[in-house]
Design a binder for this molecule. Structure first.
Ligand code: AHR
Length: 510
């Protein structure tokens, strides 16, 4: 019998509280996400309340979605919020220029988005238009949403059905302004950011966090030059958060890949760790007390669009491989809970690495949905140090990232056979572990230092075939399986992780 690998947990070595915002989501006006993913028009056969789908709300409520970013993405820098308020029949139709030149009806606007957030219990995060609108648009949008007193804009909100201010806390000042948000240099953006943020006001009882556009991938130059321009102009303290983007991309297609492409994609996914540590290190030079929060408000896989779907819609299937990407990534976020404030997977429904795939007839939970469900136990708990004594099984391709930065120009130790994270809440320990190997199980000892563990409840997401995914015809092909309790001896749990699996162990420390 081979010697088991070890996952060591140090319950007395806290990292930080796992901010529930690390499990955040993103919903852009793109493809089939908003229409019909969230919202259907009057007369639709899909059950809804004021357009918002019941099946989607029912699926998302149990997850406790912590925060939802909207309305883009690239769409945000073309969006005019006034188009999406007032009587639906008179709302302007616009062209969604970034996403297939689709007609945007604007039937889903500020009030509909806030109603959706309320129905699933999510905090709202608005991305404002810096690229193609004057600062007055953002100023007015914030007043419309957040002012509780007597003003024309606040009264217009009331006339549109919302008496109390919405109290939107998070405001992105543009999106990807190095690209679709205006093709700016970091110093140009620093100037624009400073100007726009000046007019993003806190109203009584509604303080806001201003989130600046951060880098793509490992573009250290963006982070350094943006922060140094603001430090020079004395406006660094206005930055509440800096939001980086990192997509693992693809290898093969969403559902067709070899074992080596499996490893390649998972390797690219875990390279996100270097993005976090690299940018945080640069930020620490300017902001040693970490008052500026680091966000990763877009992350996930990006496969070729599914055959038969419009290319501008970014619709992709989602297999057990995407689930492993999600598990590995969330574990990295937990292990860096002291550095990262928020992260938003792209995107919630029908776009890129989504949690739900829905159409007029069905609402299917993807394997990625089940990972967010499984990992819920970590939210708000304290992340503690853990060590995976695992061999490296792949370094991935030396391919270029989306922004032409080498994936490996930052600390990247490669993909371990298994990786995980651990957290403590009271005397309950939660450990999550991904077996990243497509075909081999891992014999593992989970050793909890200085604590006695008698048993653990185990829940697993695994699939017989590495290409398995869920469809309307077979919605539960990949789903969570509770395999009951396993016993521990002297603080050690002996387990076997199935190949290509995501696992959660919950145990009481005595
Ligand atoms: O998530 C899809 C797109 O990816 C977003 O609109 C943009 O911000 C990024 O390039």
């Amino acid at each position: 019998m081979s010697t088991p690998s070890r996952f060591l947990i140090f319950p007395t070595e806290p990292i930080a509280e796992i901010n529930p915002y690390l499990h955040g989501q993103f919903a852009e006006h793109l493809g089939e996400l908003i229409y019909p993913g969230i919202f259907v028009d009057q007369g639709s056969k899909v059950a809804n309340t004021a357009g918002i789908r019941h099946d989607v709300v029912e699926a998302l409520k149990p997850l406790g979605v912590s925060v939802l970013r909207w309305p883009g993405g690239c769409f945000a820098d073309t969006y005019h919020w006034r188009d999406g308020i007032g009587p639906v029949a008179s709302r302007k139709k616009r062209v969604n220029v970034h996403w297939g030149m689709a007609t945007e009806s604007n039937h889903f606007g500020t009030h509909e988005f806030m109603a959706f957030c309320r129905s699933i219990g999510a905090e709202a995060y608005f991305a404002a238009n810096l690229g193609s609108a004057p600062p007055a648009e953002t100023r007015d949008w914030i007043e419309y949403c957040n002012f509780g007193g007597d003003s024309t804009l606040a009264n217009e909100r009331r006339a549109n059905g919302q008496d109390e201010p919405f109290g939107v806390k998070f405001w992105g000042i543009g999106n990807e302004n190095w690209g679709c948000g205006g093709n700016m240099s970091p110093t140009q953006y620093a100037g624009e950011y400073s100007k726009y943020q000046t007019f993003a006001f806190n109203y009584p009882g509604a303080p806001i966090t201003k989130i600046a556009c951060g880098p793509c991938d490992s573009n250290w130059n963006w982070t350094t030059r943006f922060l140094s321009a603001l430090a020079e102009s004395g406006h660094l303290r206005t930055v509440g958060g800096l939001a980086a983007h990192y997509y693992a991309g693809t290898a093969g297609t969403a559902t067709q890949y070899t074992e080596s492409q499996w490893l390649e994609l998972l390797s690219k996914a875990v390279a996100i760790e270097g993005i976090i540590t690299g940018h945080r290190a640069i930020m620490d030079d300017f902001d040693p007390n970490r008052e500026i929060k680091l966000l990763l408000d877009e992350w996930g896989t990006w496969h070729p669009v599914q055959t038969g779907k419009p290319t501008g819609g970014l619709y992709q299937q989602n297999t057990i491989r995407d689930a492993c990407v999600a598990g590995l990534t969330l574990d990295i976020f937990h292990n860096h809970a002291d550095k990262l404030y928020m992260a938003n997977i792209a995107q919630l429904i029908n776009v890129l690495q989504s949690l739900l795939l829905v159409d007029e007839n069905s609402c299917v939970k993807t394997p990625t949905y089940h990972v967010f469900d499984l990992y819920r136990s970590h939210k708000g708990a304290t992340a503690v140090r853990s060590v995976a004594e695992a061999d490296i099984i792949s370094h991935g391709e030396a391919s270029e990232g989306r922004c032409k930065n080498q994936y490996r120009d930052h600390v990247f130790s490669g993909l371990g056979r298994f990786q995980g994270s651990a957290s403590i809440r009271g005397n309950v320990l939660c450990a999550t572990l991904v077996n990243a190997h497509p075909t081999e199980p891992v014999e593992l000892e989970i050793a909890v230092k200085n604590a006695a563990v008698e048993f653990a409840d185990v829940v697993t997401l695994a699939a017989p075939d590495i290409h398995d995914h869920n469809t309307a015809e077979e919605p539960n092909r990949v789903t969570l399986t509770a395999s009951g309790k396993i016993s521990g001896t002297n603080g050690v749990l002996r387990v076997a992780l199935a190949p290509a699996s995501v696992n959660r162990f919950l145990c009481e420390l005595t």
